[in-house]
Design a protein around this ligand. Structure first.
Ligand code: MG
Length: 396
């Protein structure tokens, strides 16, 4: 599974882009090429053990300095590129230690590790692999600025990178290929070889024009749209009522008193996610002055809150909670409570809940077994524009 070199071709001069070479443009605080280097490092577990950065001639030392943090994770070699793409790739391949190479455009910052794994898998089966996508736009032919014909698209595939080849074979192919090539598959095919293929990824688009960079920046900003909220609750422990935490009934002689079922874990978690969304707390949304909320199951309220978040265009990413309780011992309830909370919070999607039980160390009302406290923190992410009703006293 080892022996892959990951080549990042960053030697272009960016003629179509205008201004400085596009691989130096900033995206989410990193130069464009560094996104691909980050992907390569993540592929260490799948057998990638060398990154080769093909830099514009004369800029090797700049790349070496920038890549120094990556050096701690993986061998990074910086080589100077050549005049053409073919020359640059060949110069990179000559520095490859691996038997196999992934050859990637620095201008595709969003190549995913999943895509790289598909390529490694396919190349393992058939020797080489390129990512392709069907062409979905209708195609026209233009000559001298005049549209003269349509082109059938049924047999056409758009090719992306990374492309996976055996190092010696692709080196020979490129050395013998006449003229220039747009990608390595072009030379591979011209030599009479047939590349294996996997489905590419529409998000792995190439940044060619300034508008592409704007789109990439919007994607990165969207991914950063994560908000955090904090929730807290305290309830007294009294005899004669059931003890419920995270929707799970816990056998004990005392229970948490409250207008609802007193489930302070659900209350703190609900307030954390409402706070993250900038919405009013559950005391406002489900006021204790309203008789219909008496004895209500708080896990149902939490589910309502999760639904409200969803309608507002958010999803819950993570929840971390601390329950401060002297009695009873709760460790055995950890798994069931986590399952119960996950079911309502993530609505079948992905997310993480963590939960800690801390004793009162014999101090204060918690330590005397007279009360429980709970703190929760939640991370939520905007996933859409959000539609639906406004929150208001008891409306949800
Ligand atoms: Mg409460």
């Amino acid at each position: 599974m080892t022996g892959w070199s990951f080549l990042i071709v960053a030697a272009g001069r960016g003629k179509r882009f205008g201004g400085p070479p596009k691989q130096f443009e900033e995206l989410g605080g990193l130069p464009l090429w560094a996104w691909s280097a980050g992907t390569a490092v993540k592929m260490k577990v799948a057998g990638v053990d060398q990154v080769i950065l093909v830099a514009p001639p004369g800029m090797e030392s700049f790349f070496e300095k920038e890549a120094s943090t990556l050096q701690k994770e993986m061998e990074v070699k910086v080589v100077a590129g050549g005049e053409s793409r073919k020359d640059s790739v060949l110069l990179g391949l000559r520095a490859a230690r691996g038997k196999m190479a992934m050859i990637h455009d620095a201008a595709r910052p969003f190549a995913s590790t999943e895509l790289c794994r598909r390529l490694i898998g396919k190349a393992g089966e058939v020797g080489s692999a390129i990512p392709v996508l069907p062409v979905t736009d209708a195609l026209k032919v233009a000559r001298d600025g005049v549209i003269t014909a349509s082109l059938p698209r049924e047999d056409l595939l758009a090719t992306q990178t990374p492309q996976a080849y055996p190092v010696e074979d692709i080196k020979n192919v490129l050395e013998e290929a006449p003229g220039k090539n747009h990608d390595e598959a072009e030379a591979w095919l011209a030599s009479g070889r047939v590349p294996g293929w996997v489905r590419g990824d529409p998000l792995n688009f190439k940044i060619t024009f300034p508008e592409d960079l704007e789109m990439a920046r919007r994607m990165v900003r969207g991914a950063e749209d994560v908000k955090t909220g904090l929730g807290f609750d305290v309830h007294p422990l009294i005899p004669g009522v059931p003890l419920v935490l995270g929707g799970i009934r816990i056998p004990f002689t005392l229970g948490l008193s409250g207008h609802s079922d007193g489930d302070l874990l659900c209350h703190a978690v609900a307030d954390a996610i409402l706070g993250a969304a900038g919405l009013p707390d559950i005391g406002t949304l489900f006021p204790s002055s309203q008789e219909r909320f008496r004895g209500i199951r708080s896990l149902d309220l939490l589910e309502e809150v999760a639904g409200l978040l969803h309608r507002r265009g958010y999803r819950v990413l993570s929840v971390d909670a601390v329950v401060n309780a002297q009695v009873p011992r709760l460790a055995s309830m950890h798994g069931p409570i986590l399952d119960s909370l996950s079911r309502v919070l993530f609505r079948g999607g992905e997310g993480s809940v963590s939960l800690k039980f801390k004793s009162g160390e014999g101090t204060g009302d918690v330590g005397k077994g007279e009360a429980m406290r709970c703190w929760a923190i939640a991370g939520i992410q905007r996933v859409g524009t959000g539609v639906g009703d406004e929150p208001g006293g008891g409306r949800i």
